[in-house]
Design a protein around this ligand. Structure first.
Ligand SMILES: [Zn+2]
Length: 113
């Protein structure tokens, strides 16, 4: 999951990568409720509460996932004919699943102390 936050100093968007599926999961992995990161643009040291991190869809992931799904779908279509038409839902499912996990991350908030 790619998370995004804006720098306190220069307001540029920075990204933070994690395998956590939601903020509660991320909090457990970090063992704290904020991240401390240097801005990629100006080097400002940002401390961001996890609730201020926003998950953004990974376009590369959706593109590759969609493309692989499409190739498999085409292969099935040529090999098995009309049945393969069903396989076209595969890339759509990959993208839909990714969007779902992004929105579920954004919906879960952790309790502020
Ligand atoms: Zn900055």
């Amino acid at each position: 999951m790619k998370l995004s936050y804006s720098c306190d100093s220069c307001k540029k968007e920075n990204s933070y990568k994690t395998n956590a599926s939601d903020r509660v999961d991320l909090q457990m992995r970090l063992g704290k409720d904020e991240i401390k990161e240097h801005c990629n643009n100006c080097g400002h040291f940002n401390a961001k509460h996890l609730n201020r991190l926003i998950a953004v869809p990974n376009k590369m992931f959706m593109f590759i996932g969609g493309l692989i799904g499409l190739i498999i779908a085409l292969y099935i279509l040529f090999r098995f004919g009309i049945l393969g038409a069903l396989a076209f839902s595969l890339p759509i499912m990959v993208i839909a699943q990714h969007k779902k996990s992004v929105s579920s991350f954004n919906k879960t908030m952790i309790r502020r102390k």
